[in-house]
Ligand binder design. Structure first.
Ligand code: PAF
Length: 442
C-alpha cells in the first residue's frame, strides 16, 4: 500500500505536558496504517495570539509514514486530543491538554472545510518550523509548499476550475463575486457579504468585451489589477480569477445567451446586446466555478433581474444574492465609472439620488399615480442642467416589469442619467419607492 510521509505538530500547556505528548506519540505508533518515523525535541513557547492568561506551551513535531488518507489522519489527531482530555470543539487560543495538528501530508495541498494542508499558520510559527527542520524538512521543501499569499491570482480556466472543484469536493460552501475590476467599496461590500456566508470566496475580474457596444468605452474602461488585488486581500477573498479575453472565449466560441424581453428594455434598449453579453459571461463563470452562491450589487437592479431569470431558466443550482447599493456620503451610488466624472459633473451627480428620494418621499406622502411619481423625480433632475435623463421608470419590485398607468402599490424607480461636462458618463441608480427611508437607500 502506498505510504505518505506526514508531519504532525504536537503541543500542550496544561497538566503533565510532556507526558501528554509522549503518550500521543505512543498511541500513534500503535494505530493501524501509521508508523512513527522520528520525534523532534520539545521546546517551551508562549501562546501566540490573543487568549486568556495561561501557562507556557511545550511544542514539538513528529514525522510518520501513513497509508491513511489525510481525512482519516485528521480523525486520528482529533481522537488523540479527546483521549488526552480535551473537549472539542475547543475555543481558539484557550489552554489545552493536547494539540495535534496535521502540518504536512506529502507534498499535497489540501483545502477542504475541515482541513487545510500545509497548515495555514505553519509558516508564521518558529515553534513549528524549527521542529520540522530538525526532522529533516528542507528549506527548499518548505518554500515549495508555502502557499501563495491570499488572494491567489489565477488566469487560466483550468486552474480556476480545479481550485473551485477542490473546494466543492471538500464540502466548502463557495461564493462567487463576478466583477469587471476597478474595484471600490461597493465591490468590497459584496466580498464582505460573501465572506460572512461562505467558506471560500472567489472573485473574478474580467472586462467582458461581449457586454460593450461598438461605440462604448471598452478600451477606456478603468483597469487597476494591483489595486483590485489589495482590496480583495483586505476583504478576505481566497482566489481571484482574472482571465484574458482569449482564455474566457476560446477561438470559435459561438454560444450566446439571450434572456428575452427583460433584457431589451431600459439598459437593454440603450445598449442593445448588453444583457446578452452579461448573461453569456456570467453563465460561463457559473459553469466554470459551480458556486453555491453568487453576489451582485443592487445598483445594477436590471442586471440582477436578468440574471435571476437566467438562473431560473437554465436551472443553475445556486442562490443569487443581491447586496445593497453602497453610496458616497453625498448619496452618489458607487460605480467604477464615477472616476470619469469631471469635478463639476461629480458635484452635480448626487442629483440622481435626490430625485429618487423625492419620488420615495412623495409616495410616503400619499402620491400613488405612476406617472406623477416619475414626474416628481424628473422635476428634480430637470433642475440640474448638467444631467440628461436616458430613462427614468417606475417598475414592479423584483422582476422589474412595467407597471400599468394609474395608481401603484409601490415599485422600484430606475434611472440612467448622462453627464457630459468632460467625457460623457452614464450613471445608473435605483430605489424602492415603498420601503422606509432608513433601509431603502439601495
Ligand atoms: O456588474 C458587472 O460588473 C458585470 O456586468 C458582470 C456581472 C461582472 C459581468 O461582466
Amino acid at each position: 500500500m502506498r505510504e505518505v510521509v506526514a508531519f504532525l505538530g504536537l503541543g500542550a500547556n496544561i497538566g503533565d505536558r510532556e507526558r501528554a505528548i509522549r503518550t500521543a506519540v505512543e498511541r500513534l505508533g500503535v494505530t493501524p496504517g501509521i508508523r512513527v518515523l522520528r520525534v523532534s525535541s520539545l521546546r517551551e513557547t508562549e501562546l501566540v495570539g490573543d487568549g486568556p492568561p495561561q501557562g507556557m506551551f511545550l511544542n514539538g513535531a513528529c514525522s510518520i509514514a501513513t497509508s491513511l488518507p489525510a481525512s482519516a489522519l485528521l480523525s486520528v489527531c482529533k481522537a488523540l486530543e479527546l483521549a488526552a482530555g480535551r473537549t472539542l470543539p475547543a475555543p481558539r487560543n484557550h489552554p489545552r491538554a493536547l494539540d495535534v495538528d496535521l502540518l504536512l501530508f506529502g507534498e499535497e495541498h489540501i483545502d477542504t472545510k475541515e482541513l487545510t494542508v500545509p497548515h495555514p499558520r505553519l509558516f508564521e510559527r518558529a515553534f513549528v518550523l524549527e521542529p520540522l527542520r530538525e526532522l529533516g524538512v528542507s528549506e527548499q521543501a518548505l518554500s515549495d509548499l508555502r502557499p501563495m499569499p491570499a488572494p491567489r491570482l489565477v488566469t487560466t480556466t483550468r486552474e480556476f476550475q480545479a481550485i473551485c472543484s477542490t473546494w466543492i469536493e471538500g464540502g466548502c460552501l463557495t461564493g462567487l463575486v463576478p466583477t469587471m475590476g476597478a474595484l471600490h467599496a461597493g465591490h468590497g461590500s459584496l466580498f464582505e457579504c460573501a465572506r460572512k456566508e461562505c467558506d471560500r470566496v472567489a472573485a473574478t475580474i474580467f472586462v467582458n468585451p461581449k457586454q460593450f457596444g461598438p461605440k462604448e468605452d471598452l478600451a477606456a474602461y478603468p483597469r487597476d489589477l494591483p489595486g483590485d488585488l489589495r482590496l480583495c486581500a483586505k476583504s478576505g477573498v481566497d482566489v481571484v480569477f482574472a482571465p484574458s479575453p482569449a482564455e474566457m472565449y476560446a477561438p470559435g466560441f459561438a454560444s450566446n445567451i439571450d434572456v428575452g424581453a427583460e433584457g431589451e428594455t431600459m439598459e437593454g434598449a440603450t445598449r442593445p446586446g448588453h444583457f446578452r453579453g452579461v448573461s453569456t459571461v456570467v453563465a460561463r463563470l457559473f459553469a466554470i466555478a459551480r458556486p453555491h452562491r453568487a453576489y451582485f450589487g443592487q445598483k445594477d437592479a436590471q442586471q440582477v433581474a436578468v440574471l435571476r431569470r437566467l438562473v431560473r431558466d437554465l436551472g443553475f443550482p445556486l442562490r443569487l444574492v443581491e447586496c445593497p447599493t453602497v453610496r458616497e456620503a453625498d448619496g452618489l451610488a458607487m460605480s467604477s465609472r464615477n472616476v470619469y466624472l469631471d469635478a463639476k459633473d461629480r458635484a452635480a451627480a448626487p442629483v440622481i439620488h435626490r430625485a429618487l428620494r423625492a419620488a420615495q418621499q412623495a409616495f410616503a406622502g400619499g402620491l400613488r399615480d405612476r406617472d406623477a411619481l416619475v414626474q416628481v423625480a424628473t422635476a428634480v433632475l430637470a433642475g440640474e442642467p448638467r444631467a440628461t435623463i436616458d430613462y427614468l421608470e417606475l417598475r414592479s419590485e423584483g422582476d422589474l416589469l412595467p407597471l400599468p398607468i394609474g395608481p401603484v402599490a409601490g415599485g422600484r424607480m430606475l434611472a440612467a442619467v448622462r453627464f457630459s461636462g468632460g467625457r460623457t458618463v452614464r450613471l445608473l441608480d435605483n430605489m424602492s419607492v415603498v420601503a422606509s427611508f432608513e433601509n431603502s437607500g439601495s
